[in-house]
Structure formats: C-alpha cells, structure tokens
Design a protein around this ligand. Structure first.
Ligand SMILES: Nc1ncnc2c1ncn2[C@@H]1O[C@H](COP(=O)(O)OP(=O)(O)OP(=O)(O)O)[C@@H](O)[C@H]1O
Ligand SMILES: [Mg+2]
Length: 362
C-alpha cells in the first residue's frame, strides 16, 4: 500500500487525510502514487520499457492514466529504508525546484518497493548524445553544448547556494544531465545519496566510470564538499567540449583521464585541438578557449583553488553574452593560438578576471 504521508510538511501545510493525496501548490501535482498505477504505466516494469540501469536500480519509461510520460526509478534496496524515512527524504527533494533540475513528480514506497517518479526527458541524457546511441545520428552543435553547460552549472549552483538545505550532488556526470524537448539541461539524481540504505555502496556506477569524475580528495579520503561537485563539473565541461570520455583506455590497457589528455594542449595554447572533431571546426574559438580554462580551474587538484558554481555560471554566461551567438567556421584546422602559452602558475584571469574578459581572448 502506498504511504499516505506528507510527514515533513508542517501542520499548516498538511492536507486532511480524506482529501486527495495530491499536493496542488506546485507547478504540477506532487503525488504519492499507487503501485497499481505505476505497474499499469510501465507495463509491469516490462523489459521493453526499461530506459537504463544505474548504481541504484533501473529506470523505466511509462505513461500515466492521464497520458503523462514519466520515468520511474525502481530502487534495488538491499536493506530498505523505512517507508516513512524514505517518504520524508523524497518529499524534501521534491520541494527543490529549478528549471535546470529534473523535476520529481512523486514516489511509491511499500513492502520492498521504492519507486521514484520523474518527468520523462524525451532527449535522454548527455551521455547518449556524447558517447551513446545518439552520438552518431544527432550531433550536438557548439551552441547547444554551451547552453547545456550553462544550464547544468545553473542547476548545480542552485543546489549549492540556494536550495534549503543546501545539497551537494556527489554524482555529477553525463548520464545525470538529462535533456528536455528543447535540449535544456536538467540535472538529475541530486540528493540521491540520502535515499540509499546505509552500507550500500554505489559500486556499479563507480565501476562503470563515475570514477573519472571524482575529485582527488573525495576519491582518496572521502572528503565531500561543494568543491567535489565543482571538480566533477569541470570534467563534464571537458567532456562536452571534446566529446571524449572522462577516462580513456589506451592501447595496452593503460588508462588516461581527460585532464591528463587536455593538459599538454592547454600548455601549448592549442585550444582548437581540444574541441570535438565531430564539430568539424564549427565552433567559436574564443568560447572554446574560455570554457577550457574554466574547466581547468574547476579541476584544480586543490579544492581551495576551485571556483564556486556561482563564479562558474558567471564566467560561462559572461563569455557568451559578450559574443554573438554565431558559429565561427574555422577555416584552418591548425590552431592559430599556438604561441599563447598557458602558464598555470599565473592563471591570468580565470580567478581574478574571467578568461573571456582577458584581453588576448577577445
Ligand atoms: N527522467 C528520465 N528521462 C529519461 N531518461 C532518464 C531519466 N532518468 C534517468 N534516465 C536515464 O536512464 C539511465 C539510467 O539512469 P540512472 O540514474 O539509473 O543511472 P546512471 O545515471 O547511469 O547512474 P547513477 O545511478 O549514478 O545515477 C540513464 O541513461 C539516464 O540518463
Ligand atoms: Mg542517474
């Protein structure tokens, strides 16, 4: 049976039990779904409805009786969180609303089942476009990539600085950036760590590659802070620019991470060579350079040297505001910036003056 519980609401907020289990004071209803409805929507979690699988369970596409498309995450809970505790936490996450965060529609908790219902994102995730099934057929152009980067940064900045309580995501990566019908970025799975039973590690996705996004201090000592998310965002940014995976397997089995790959290009000032070759030179050179420099600041080994997400949003947006939204066709594939040497010891700009404002990048 579903929980008829809005226990984190105040007495005033709480609706009488006999009224609908639907909260109406949102941009759309927040529901405690019945298992029957979710089984019906997903054709009993039919294999054909499965969108994918992550470290916490599987995600299924569904359509509600009202005709709304949904995505249902079916958690594999080895030692299920108490229904009440789970309900409280999902309800808190459901209150976090921003145009760049994936909206939670509701949940079901009963018996062994823990189901979370989201808006379905018709353009899937960034990972599908960068490395997955849609990578070949549906190329994200440079301006779309940049607006996805800005949207994700804004969603994350909201979580860090405006959400109450503030939320550290802990799992920023391309599969957690979903794309709506307009290719607007929606950051997913924020606050998810709270829903997972104690002792259950996020092993599957770690093995699958989340590792490439982890800040060194988090990977080595488990030190969590907002700046771990900033590091992961920097990796995501490099991935968006280059179309490369965070960790690459070289011939011979040696692994190389994206920061190791990008650093020599940055040192040579060969920024155009960092851009995804699939863009075939159709990108704004100044924007590529400034975005790479922002990513380098985000992926600084020392958390204290990383910017905040507020700064990152500002830098990314500033760079775009100052440029016309035109795509520059780079005639010559050779970089003409080869003589500009990036000096890490004197990061001209990014922190004091954003890179897009540096005189040499105009
Ligand atoms: N609301 C949604 N709409 C469309 N696709 C979704 C939605 N939610 C998740 N997906 C996709 O389903 C797949 C599985 O998602 P899931 O979150 O379970 O795993 P993950 O993102 O790979 O890893 P993690 O468990 O660390 O989040 C991913 O490809 C994800 O992009
Ligand atoms: Mg996910």
């Amino acid at each position: 049976m579903p929980l008829n519980c809005f226990c984190c609401a105040t007495e005033e907020d709480r609706e009488p039990a006999e009224t609908s289990r639907v909260h109406k004071n949102r941009d759309y209803p927040w529901e405690v779904y019945s298992l029957k409805e979710l089984l019906h929507a997903t054709n009993s979690f039919h294999h054909d409805n499965k969108i994918g699988e992550g470290g916490f369970g599987s995600v299924y596409w569904g359509r509600t009786s009202k005709g709304v498309e949904i995505a249902v995450k079916r958690l594999k809970t080895m030692s299920p969180k108490a229904e009440m505790e789970f309900a409280v936490e999902v309800e808190i996450l459901g209150r976090v609303r921003h145009r760049n965060l994936l909206g939670l529609r509701g949940f079901y908790a009963g018996g062994d089942e823990r189901l979370i219902v989201y808006d379905f994102m018709p353009n899937h995730s960034l990972i599908t476009h960068l490395h997955g099934q849609l990578a070949a057929d549906c190329l994200l152009d440079w301006s779309t990539r940049l607006s996805i980067a800005i949207g994700s940064a804004e969603g994350l900045s909201y979580l860090h600085h405006e959400a109450n309580p503030h939320i550290i995501h802990r799992d920023i990566k391309a599969s957690n950036v979903l794309l709506d019908s307009e290719f607007e970025a929606k950051v997913a799975d924020f606050g998810f760590a709270k829903l997972i039973p104690d002792g259950v590690t996020h092993l599957t996705t770690r093995v699958k590659g989340t590792l490439g996004y982890l800040a060194p201090e988090y990977a080595m000592w488990g030190k969590v802070s907002e700046s771990c998310d900033v590091y992961s965002f920097g990796i995501l940014l490099l991935e968006i620019i280059s179309g490369k995976k965070p960790i690459e397997k070289l011939p011979g089995g040696v692994k190389r991470d994206i920061v190791q790959w990008v650093t020599p290009y940055v040192q040579k000032g060969a920024f155009n060579q960092i851009a995804d070759p699939r863009l075939k030179g159709k990108f704004d050179k100044v924007q590529v350079k400034s975005t790479v420099l922002i990513a380098m600041k985000c992926t600084d080994n020392s958390p204290d040297n990383r910017p905040t997400m507020i700064e990152v949003v500002d830098w990314l947006k500033g760079g775009i505001g100052r440029r016309k939204k035109e795509i520059t066709k780079v005639e010559d594939t050779e970089d003409d910036e080869g003589s500009e040497v990036y000096d890490e010891s004197q990061p001209e700009g990014v922190q004091q003056v954003p890179p897009h404002r540096t005189p040499d990048s105009r």
